[in-house]
Every structure is written in structure tokens, then in C-alpha cells.
Ligand binder design. Structure first.
Ligand code: FNR
Length: 379
């Protein structure tokens, strides 16, 4: 553990330990992956303004996201199949987030169910939904999230149809993996992962199998997903969901200033500037590039957060400086999980917090809530 100093170290270790199809599922984008790459590289073109002879004592990263106190302006993003990066992955990530004092978001497409995560955590977590044609199923999901004491609902708007990810098709992605010769050969090189999977009971889509009509086993799940995600989603559906849920609502996947205004009109509590980590519209701008125009378009009418490409605390600081009140991280915590389980997610959060804290100090600030564009030099 002592040799792990950055997120890239966790990524390398995860690449060794996680079966190829699930590692690739995390570490890929759609089509040419140009947006996936830009999410990371566009952070590099933003330079920081170093200040000296400024009192750097007593620093604080504490702030709030949608009214919830957070230890730093970072939450764990919803990610499907997290329980395939590591056995019981969603439970382990939720526990690490809880101990750190930041929110965990459970994806509808998770392996561990809402009830599984609730049974193993004390802090309320957030739940992410996609709009599906079967509104009864959505209502039941919402009720389950309510019963589990989830403190916010996150509606993902950018996946009504699926962006093509070449690697998943080539790998024949499925959960659990099919016992093909190629898979068995690859699994034979991942003994830790296999042992974890033998120990746990959780191998399928915990929120769906046994809960949605017509999904009895995993062979019917792929076609069910293709049939269920609603390509006709509209702002009226957002309103419907808001009414049904009645609590904190976060809209994820906004990349356009006009859509951001509509999101603010909807009365949601926060929006996430996100291109789904470069997994949907390849060719879209990076999230950090899209952020400033959206902040300008909505002002204080709705909290603006962003995700995509954050690989360090420096990236979090740059997003905050450009007006994000919070950020989400996806792959960084998945790499930590695949590398070292719960301890790896904690390591990921420690790395990001430390980088954020030190960078903020170098830029002459001691309170994350005071950081603004003044710390940036645009190249
Ligand atoms: C995702 N993302 C995602 N988003 C969502 O709303 N529901 C989901 O089920 C998933 N599933 C998912 C799986 C995997 C493996 C990844 C990498 C991402 C998108 C995710 O919430 C977030 O927007 C991105 O991960 C942010 O980009 P970074 O931090 O991974 O670069």
C-alpha cells in the first residue's frame, strides 16, 4: 500500500487484478473514445496560479452538496456492475465513502441491491435511476430507495439509448461472466477476484432480477434493458419523478446551457455536467470544457456539479474554481476497488483529499468554499 501514491497506481493494480471484461468495461469510452480522453486531458490545459507568503494554516475542505455536509466536494458516482470489479463492490465502496464523510451513489444497474447496501451502512446513500418505460418498476424502485432511507435521487438523463462501446461487445460483457474458454483462461489469472466471488452470493443485477416483470434470469436482462430504457424521456417525466420522490433530486448528464436552464426550471436541487465519462456521445466536449457556460447560464438557480476525467485533487480544485459546487468521481474509485477492495476506495479518497488540500494551499486559499476563478491561469 505504501507504494501507491496516485490514482494511476490504483489503475495499474486494478488492471492486474480485475478480469479483463470488467476492467475494460470501466476503462473505456464509446466509439473512438475521443471524449473519454478529452475529459482527462482538458484538465491539463488549465494552469494554477501559485501564491506565496499567504497564511496556509487551518485549512478546510468541508462544504455541502445539495444541502448535505460533505468532507470534501466529491461524491462517488453511480457506476453499473461495481460488484464485478470486486465482490460486494457497492457495499465496500459505500462503507469507504461513509467513513470518509462523502456521499455514495448506488446505480440501478448495480450488483448489490438497495437493501444489501442499506443493511451494511448507516449513513444514507443516494440512489440513481434511469427513466424506464415500465413506470411501475420505477415507482417500486423509488419506494425501495425511500424505505432504505436514501437521501437523494439522481436521475440520469443521457442514457435513453446506449452509446456503443466496442470493448464490451468484443468481450461479450455479462454478469456473471459466461464460462467461455477465453473467460476461464483469464479468470484463472485472477485468483483473489475468483475467491471473493465464490464467497459472495451477489453475482447478478440485484435491483432488477426478481423485481422487474419478465426478468427472471440474466439471459433475459440484456433484451429487457434495451426494451426498457425510455427513448421518449421528456421534461414532463422529470416533473413526474420529482412529484413521486418528493425529496432531493439531482439531474445527471447535462452538457448544454439551454438544457441546464430547463433543468433549473424543473426545480431539481442540482445538475451534474456530465457526458457519462465519455461513454455516450463520443465527440461531445469534455465536461470541464462544458462547465463554465452552464454555470453562467443558470447562476444560483440550481447547484451545478460536474464529473468526468477527475484523476486528482487538482482536477477537483479546477472544477470548483470554474464554478462547480461539487464533483463526482467514477473510475478513480473503481480502480481503488478493483485494486484493494474497500481499502483501495479509502486510498483513492485519501489521495484526492490530500492533493486537493495541498493544491488549494499552494494557490493561497484555506477554505474550499472561498475558491474561485482567481486561482486559474488559462493557457
Ligand atoms: C458509469 N456511469 C454511470 N452513470 C449512471 O448514471 N449510471 C450508471 O449505471 C453508470 N455506470 C457506469 C459504469 C462505469 C464502469 C463507468 C466508468 C461509468 C457514469 C458515471 O456515473 C460518471 O458519470 C463517470 O464515471 C464520470 O467519469 P470518470 O470519473 O469515470 O472519469
Amino acid at each position: 500500500m505504501t507504494t501507491i501514491t496516485c490514482i494511476e497506481d490504483l489503475r495499474r493494480l486494478a488492471e492486474k487484478r480485475v478480469p479483463r471484461m470488467f476492467y475494460d468495461y470501466a476503462d473505456s469510452g464509446s466509439w473512438t473514445e475521443s471524449t473519454y480522453r478529452a475529459n482527462e486531458t482538458d484538465f491539463q490545459s488549465i494552469r494554477l496560479r501559485q501564491r506565496v507568503a499567504v497564511n496556509m494554516e487551518n485549512r478546510s475542505l468541508r462544504t455541502s452538496m445539495a444541502g448535505q455536509a460533505v468532507a470534501m466536494p466529491v461524491a462517488l458516482a453511480p457506476t453499473g456492475l461495481t460488484g464485478m470489479q470486486h465482490a460486494d463492490g457497492e457495499i465496500l465502496a459505500a462503507r469507504a465513502a461513509e467513513a470518509f464523510g462523502i456521499p455514495f451513489t448506488l446505480s440501478t444497474m448495480s450488483i448489490c441491491s438497495i437493501e444489501d447496501v442499506a443493511a451494511h451502512t448507516r449513513a444514507p446513500f443516494w440512489f440513481q435511476v434511469y427513466m424506464m418505460r415500465d413506470r411501475d418498476f420505477i415507482e417500486r424502485l423509488i419506494e425501495r430507495a425511500r424505505a432504505a432511507n436514501c437521501s437523494a435521487l439522481m436521475l440520469t438523463l443521457d442514457l435513453q439509448i446506449l452509446g456503443q462501446r466496442h470493448k464490451d461487445i468484443k468481450n461479450g460483457l455479462s454478469a456473471p461472466p459466461r464460462p467461455t474458454l477465453a473467460n476461464l483462461i483469464n479468470l484463472a489469472t485472477k485468483p483473489r477476484w475468483c475467491l471473493g466471488m465464490l464467497r459472495t452470493r451477489r453475482h447478478g443485477f440485484g435491483n432488477i432480477v426478481g423485481h422487474a416483470k419478465g426478468v427472471g434470469d440474466l439471459s433475459s436482462l440484456a433484451s429487457w434493458t434495451a426494451e426498457q430504457f425510455d427513448p421518449a424521456l421528456s421534461w414532463a417525466d422529470v416533473e413526474w419523478l420529482k412529484q413521486r420522490w418528493g425529496g432531493t433530486l439531482i439531474l445527471k448528464g447535462v452538457m448544454d446551457a439551454e438544457d441546464a436552464r430547463l433543468a433549473a426550471d424543473s426545480g431539481a436541487d442540482a445538475l451534474v455536467v456530465s457526458n457519462h465519462g465519455g461513454r455516450q456521445l463520443d465527440g461531445a466536449p469534455s465536461s470541464i470544457q462544458a462547465l463554465p457556460a452552464i454555470v453562467e447560464a443558470v447562476g444560483e438557480r440550481i447547484e451545478v456539479w460536474m464529473d468526468g476525467g477527475i484523476r486528482s485533487g487538482q482536477d477537483v480544485l479546477k472544477a470548483v474554481a470554474l464554478g462547480a459546487k461539487g464533483t463526482l468521481i467514477g473510475r478513480p474509485f473503481l480502480y481503488g476497488l478493483g485494486a484493494l477492495g474497500e481499502a483501495g476506495v479509502t486510498k483513492c479518497l485519501d489521495i484526492i483529499a490530500r492533493e486537493l488540500d495541498l493544491t488549494m494551499a499552494f494557490c493561497g486559499h484555506t477554505d474550499i468554499r472561498q475558491v474561485d476563478r482567481g486561482i486559474l491561469i488559462r493557457c
